[in-house]
Structure formats: C-alpha cells, structure tokens
Design a protein around this ligand. Structure first.
Ligand code: MEV
Length: 326
C-alpha cells in the first residue's frame, strides 16, 4: 500500500510559477491510496482506478504521463523484464479541483510500487519522480504540489527563476512553522478545471503585460511573507484579511470565476475571517478561515451558495521539524 494526502495552497499560487514564494499545506484527512499486487502471468501491468471507474493496461498506452511514471518507477526499482502487477487506486480527492489529485495519485503509486519491491524511497526522491510526471501534465509546474504532497508537511516554497542559459537553481523548500491551530473550510465549486489551462493563460497574459503581471506577483509575494510571519507568530486573526487580499490579487491575475467569487462572498457574509480561491482557479476549490464556532455556519452558507462539497480541516501547530520520510 502507498498513500498520499491532498494539498491546499494557502497563498501564492500562480506567482510561485514566476519565482515568488508560496505556502502549501497537506490535507491529511483526504488521501489517494494505491495497492500493488502480483498479477496473473503475462498480464503486464494493469491499473484499476475505482474512483474513475476505469481499468487499463499500461503497455497499451505507455506514453501517458501516469503510465510513463509507472514504467519508469518500475524500471528504476526493478530493472529487467516488466513484472505482472495489478495496481489499484482509490482517491477521495476531487479531480482537477486545485487539491493536488494528480500529484497525490502519482505519489501513492510510486510509494506502493516501492513498497511492493521492498524499498522505501525518501520523500525527495518521490517528489522529483512525480515532478517529472507533473511536467508532462501541466506544462510549467512550479513543483509546489509534488513537494508538499511528498513531504506531507506545511511548506514555504520558492522556485528561483532560471537566469540566462544557466541551469535553474534548486527550489528552496522550508518547513512553514505554525504556532497556533486554525480551522479552514474548503468549498468545492464542482467546476473541474485542469491546471494546465489557467497556468497557460496566465503565461500568455504575463508575456503580453510583463510589467503589470510582475507587479501583481510581487504583491502576492509580500502577502506570502506576511502570512508566513502570522503563522509563525500564531497571530491567526491577522491571517484572514491577508487571505482575502490574496483572493483580490488572484481576481486581477484573471484566475477567479463567478462560482469561486460566489463561494468566497458567501463565506465572508457568514463570518469567515478571510477567504480565497486555492489552486489554479477558474473552478475547483476555495478556502475560508473560520473558528470552531463559525465553521458550521460558514459550511452551511457555502452549501447554500452552491458548493458541491465542503471539507473542514484544522491545521495543527507545526514546529517546522522535517517529517520522517514515508
Ligand atoms: C497549482 O496547485 C498551483 C499553481 O501555482 C501551478 C503551479 O504552481 O505549478 C497554479
């Protein structure tokens, strides 16, 4: 068995693709799981994805990003003839919704494969294998999704830009320390929005209006630093307005949607301390900062405003100590 959590971007999505910092959290309670068992002789590698109601043989289409990841992982773990395996996947993470479903499924599969060959891969190795597959899916991913999902800890993440012809420097990945717990409600618009589309559109807009977009990304970066300080100091009451300011900047960047704005407004009317879209946008999820007392009212308001699903999560204090490798 291998499993991996969903994730939330607390602040900095999109700007992180352009070298600005972002903060991401694992959502331990919502996970993707994979199980690897021996398959019948000559069956090859067959994948059963119950959440998608799909079954496929990896060799039939070896060039899809997920099949390629499966084949390269097996090749790395057990060089030689392809074994006969059944890989079953179950996931409670909504697809194309900004919660890292693709990266979590990929991470769970890599972990399950490693386990089936009696190996434990360090989180950094899993993360870089999944990043290669994310590049096939999303074009220009920053790497924040695979990192927070593989490390399973709150992270502060910067992917420095490439300068000239020099190789891009390695990302800066630091544990984000959290001094006081806080409650988040996650509202799913139900609108599926594959990451590639808004990320591509933001790139086109950035190319057309580079100075304006760089200013927006710089404003997001300032918020990210302030949010990191609030988390580290435990001043959660100051966090809400900063999250809402991040939403306003994401609207200007052009990645919100009427459905996201409706849920954000409903959460605020119901007493949220702040709210924003989370992930790539144009659909998917938003998050609202609540208290244990206001959470039921905000959850009700989100459902009444059209949220297909509402998740509640309490983000626990975190000292910043690296998690043990899973
Ligand atoms: C997606 O979860 C976050 C984006 O910033 C894309 C990326 O960082 O690769 C929109």
């Amino acid at each position: 068995m291998g499993s991996a959590p969903a994730k939330l971007i607390l602040c900095g999505e999109h700007a992180v693709v352009y070298g600005r910092p972002a903060i991401a959290l694992p959502l331990d309670g919502i996970r993707a799981r994979a199980r690897v068992r021996p398959g019948p002789p000559q069956s090859g590698v067959v994948v059963f994805a119950s959440s998608l109601r799909r079954r496929w043989c990896v060799a039939d289409d070896p060039n899809t990003p997920l099949n390629e990841l499966i084949l390269s992982t097996i090749g790395q773990l057990a060089p030689g003839p392809l074994p006969d395996l059944r890989i079953s996947i179950r996931s409670g993470i909504p697809i194309a919704s900004g919660m890292g479903s693709g990266a979590a499924v990929a991470t769970a599969i890599v972990r399950a494969l490693a386990g089936s060959f009696g190996q434990a891969l360090p989180a950094a190795a899993v993360s870089s294998m999944v990043y290669a597959s994310e590049q096939r899916f999303h074009g220009t991913p920053s790497g924040i999704d695979n990192t927070v999902i593989a490390f399973e800890q709150p992270i502060w993440y910067i992917r420095p830009p490439a300068v000239g012809d020099a190789a891009r420097p390695a990302p800066i990945i630091q544990p984000a320390s959290i001094a006081a717990p806080f409650t988040l409600l996650v509202g799913d618009t139900g609108v599926r929005s594959p990451t590639r589309a808004p990320v591509g559109e933001v790139r086109a807009r950035w190319q057309a209006s580079t100075t304006a977009y760089n200013c927006l990304f710089d404003d997001v970066a300032l918020l990210a630093y302030r949010i990191r300080d609030c988390l580290a100091a435990g001043t959660i009451s100051e966090l809400g307005p900063l999250l809402s300011q991040n939403h306003a900047l994401l609207q200007q960047i052009g990645v919100s949607s009427p459905e996201l704005d409706t849920l954000v407004a409903a959460a605020m009317r119901a007493g949220a301390l702040g709210a924003k879209l989370s992930g790539a946008g144009w659909g998917g999820v938003m998050l609202a900062l609540a208290t244990p007392e206001t959470a039921p009212r905000i959850a009700y308001a989100l459902k009444a405003a059209g949220a297909r699903r509402v998740f509640e999560t309490t983000v626990a204090p975190y000292s910043g100590a690296p998690a043990p490798d899973t």
